[in-house]
Design a binder for this molecule. Sequence first.
Ligand SMILES: *Cc1c(COP(=O)(O)O)cnc(C)c1O
Length: 388
Amino acid sequence: MTSFNWNNIFLNNYGTPAIELVAGEGVIVKDSQGNIYLDFLSGIAVNSLGHAHPVIIEAVSDQIRKLSHTSNFYANEPSIKLAEKLIAITNFDAKVFFCNSGTEANEAAIKLSRRTGKKKLIAAHNSFHGRTMGSLSITGQSAKQKPFEPLIGDVRFIEINTKSGVRKIKRKSAAVFLESIQGEGGVTPCNDEFLQSVRSKTIKTKTLLVMDEVQTGLGRTGNWFGYEKSGIKPDVITLAKGLGGGLPMGAMLVTGDAKELFEPGQHGSTFGGNPVVASAALATLNFIEKEDLLNNASNMGQLLIKLITQIEGVTEVRGRGLLLGVGLKDVMAKDVELECRKLGLLLNAVNENTLRLAPALIVNIDQVKRCAEIIDDAIRNVKNGLKK
Ligand SMILES: *Cc1c(COP(=O)(O)O)cnc(C)c1O
């Protein structure tokens, strides 16, 4: 283990990590003590092709030998090809802006919405859109917002899956931000009826519908985008996490009239569309397509739901594909997370009674079965420990 005193060198914004990871291959990851784990968190829904995937290694190595950075003063081939690929998978006429993270993608969408001439924003209670001041302003969690007020004003929070929520979208609303499945908020899906009503209302009020697909996008739910299941078409899609296949990249895709809202000089990013990162993203998307990983995500997700629903102490499994929230009868998610880790499984307690699973899209049947066994054992161990 690298000898370190976390609190001496890092700011106090994260908890102190219990283990240090040193290597990985596929869904397996190894720590500095030589312990190996099944990685069902994937760096928070990031490593879509698992660790050290050959197609990513090759894409990145080839590109970095040729050209590692250009800035947006000059075009580069990987970012052009990636933009074309993203437009192709949305299945509608879109244009692309590249950035480096989820919060930046949402920040871009907030700025874009100002160009409509309207200022009021709508977002959901319990949502998560990022940590920078704009994205934090539309993040419906007061514990995250309070220490940083004042935030940008004019944000109204609605309850997802309610009619009263839809009614709060008005002509004065510039944009509505939603996650098709709230990830950080506890893996809580928006239902089809709600998303469809929001879409009709936003069309009527000329309000931009921004789907934050940072966590749910690019195959994780078994579709390219989580909103597809509801049959809607948003105006704006924000992406990051899984996009770069483990490298930092974000994007905003815009369709319809909103495509023309930005003028030259109004937004930008030095690293946006960086060719090394773009080549990793392109390799990731091509591999997902070639190997039909959307289908694998869907099938493995269904198997996980089936196996985990049967476990004693589990009340429900929410979500779709490979973004699942395991609801526990008791408030013990953190303890179960720790016990799973001892038993060789990485996942995370997304709230006090929900475990989040987000394995790589390449996960296989044996790994899924093993994950369910470990969760079963971990819950039993924690309960027995509590009885003692
Ligand atoms: C993680 C996340 C973000 C923020 O992404 P960062 O890359 O951490 O800035 C935004 N929206 C959603 C839905 C997320 O899950």
